[in-house]
Design a protein around this ligand. Structure first.
Ligand code: PDD
Length: 284
């Protein structure tokens, strides 16, 4: 069955939804996005995703912010129309359609707003049960990774290279420190302290990261927002990633080194369980 997607106020069968060849998303990657996870047919951390979207739009001088209630309503409608119990909603906002020009167009240009659902097993899946492997690569992205834009060619390249070389993902390295995964935040655990990079312009401040940080505190762990190297990670007790599509997923191998004997660590497992419990509590 084909999905119903959202395009500028309308719900349309996926094959009939079309955008202009002049859309700035297509010409300049001039578009922002959010991915919100759904469990039990409900949105997780929706308000925080909207706050981050506002911030991205403001940072890039978008002409106006969108109404959160309207976005929530069409997210809810997409869940219902597509009978989505578990998965994600991808939301994209582009600066709209304009003659090709590097300068931003007139502020009166209408934004292009699209959204679609994807079914995905978020709670029970192979990666969560068995853990994932990551390789490392230089982080060659621009220096505004804090803005969630659709300029994703380098992360996509890094992910494809990882898969080609038999890994699940790539952790990117800048100036000797791990920044993040291709589409997730990176963490390690040493004793009772968890380390993750402070949120600066070189990583995306994950919404899942914030909620996971609260869960870690609930479980009695200290969080140190401090950058770590690949060697720190390879010597860690446990390692994991977080994102809306992976929740908390164990990392069991970094390059050729096994982490926590090549099996998901017990704290990572507990944190994942606590996160899923909390996600269910806060879902709307
Ligand atoms: N990616 N870092 C990067 C580079 C990301 O692309 C993402 C999310 C995250 C985690 O953010 P959050 O916890 O808010 O999902 C960190 C989404 C899932 C994606 O591009 O599909």
């Amino acid at each position: 069955m084909s999905r119903i997607v959202y395009l500028n106020g309308e719900f349309i069968p996926e094959h009939d939804a079309k955008v202009s060849v002049f859309d700035r998303a297509l010409l300049f990657s001039d578009a922002l996005y959010e991915v919100t996870s759904i469990i039990d047919g409900k949105l997780i951390d929706f308000d925080n995703h909207m706050k981050r979207l506002d911030r991205s739009m403001t940072e890039l001088d978008y002409p106006k912010l969108l109404d959160h209630k309207e976005i929530r309503d069409f997210h809810k409608a997409l869940i219902e129309k597509n009978n989505l119990n578990e998965g994600i909603i991808y939301l994209q906002v582009s600066r709209g359609v304009a003659e090709r020009d590097f300068n931003f167009p007139d502020k009166k240009t209408e934004l292009t707003v699209t959204a679609f659902t994807q079914k995905k097993d978020l709670v029970n899946n192979k990666a969560a049960t068995h853990g994932i492997s990551v390789m490392t690569m230089d982080d060659l992205r621009w220096h505004r990774c804090d803005i969630k834009t659709v300029q994703l060619l380098y992360p996509s390249f890094a992910k494809a290279k990882a898969v080609k070389e038999g890994f699940d993902d790539t952790w990117m390295i800048r100036n000797g420190y791990v920044t993040e995964g291709t589409s997730n935040n990176a963490w390690i655990i040493k004793g009772s302290v968890i380390f993750t990079r402070p949120a600066d312009n070189l990583i995306l401040k994950g919404i899942t990261r914030e909620t996971v940080a609260e869960c870690a505190k609930d479980l009695g762990y200290k969080i140190n927002f401090k950058s770590f190297t690949v060697t720190d990670a390879q010597n860690a007790d446990e390692a994991f990633i977080t994102s809306a599509t992976t929740f908390v997923t164990p990392v069991i191998k970094i390059n050729d080194n096994k982490i926590s004997k090549g099996e998901p660590g017990k704290f990572t497992k507990a944190l994942r369980e606590r996160y899923i419990q909390k996600a269910r509590e806060i879902a709307i």
